[in-house]
Write a protein of this length. Structure first.
Length: 245
């Protein structure tokens, strides 16, 4: 489904965030990317969907090259790649329902999106996703009145509106308490297993990666140092991933 080949990224300040990263992801995998802050996890996900421009290498998604695509081709390629953000990335002054409906903008004409004109089918789909995630009663509330865990569920509902084949989740539980962490990761696991959606999820904590992932990729200083099943990510691999240097 996804091929990442020799991916590099160097920022304007000289920081080498990614150093020739290569891997492939099959449909239906739940890949957890582990690493310390600054290891390149966020840059990796943001390069995959071109929120950040890669410095080199290739990204191919479902047979279509994402690197180098622009305009309509990039828009079409992104339709099936949804993003879940660490800080939710909601329009806080808007209602929950409106935030969820923005997940359909890739399928809606520009003028309809600008005037917030969505079809009845889209509105019904948004309501269904909110109900599925247990927050149907929040549809008319402003997004900034919700708890952190509820806001992240809104972000997931928005992602589901894209009918994604791939979800990129960038530290989706880092701001949540232990109960919220379990709720969100259980939801992502259910989407992976029941809907067949491929997931790449950045996490800090190895035990969570081993519990929820079908595969672990570990990054350190922009390079890939581990790629394998959770059972192989032992104490030595964890130490190498999180040790200084």
């Amino acid at each position: 489904m996804l091929q990442v080949q020799q991916l590099t990224k160097t920022y304007a300040n000289g920081t080498r965030a990614l150093k020739e990263i290569s891997f492939e992801v099959a449909a239906g995998e739940f890949v957890v990317v582990l690493g310390k802050s600054g290891s390149g996890k966020s840059s990796l996900l943001r390069c995959i969907n071109r929120l950040v421009e890669p410095g080199g290498g290739r990204i191919v998604f479902r047979g279509q090259e994402i690197t180098g695509a622009n305009g309509r081709n990039l828009r079409l390629g992104r339709r099936k790649i949804a993003m879940i953000f660490q800080n939710y990335n909601l329009v806080k002054r808007c209602s929950v329902l409106t935030n969820v409906l923005t997940g359909r903008l890739g399928y809606t004409s520009s003028w309809r999106g600008l005037v917030n004109h969505f079809s009845r089918r889209d509105v019904d789909r948004a309501a269904h996703n909110l109900e599925r995630l247990g927050i149907a009663d929040t549809a008319r509330r402003r997004a900034d009145t919700l708890s952190g865990g509820q806001q992240q569920r809104v972000g997931i509902a928005r992602a589901l509106m894209q009918e994604p084949a791939l979800i990129l989740a960038d530290e989706p539980v880092s701001s949540l308490d232990p109960a919220g962490v379990k709720t969100i990761l259980d939801i992502l696991k259910r989407i992976n297993e029941q809907d067949g959606v491929t997931i790449i999820c950045n996490l800090h904590i190895p035990d969570l990666g081993k519990q929820y992932g079908s595969r672990i990729i570990a990054l350190k200083n922009g390079g890939k140092i581990f790629d394998g099943p959770p059972g192989k990510f032992d104490e030595a691999a964890a130490h190498e991933t999180y040790a200084d240097g």
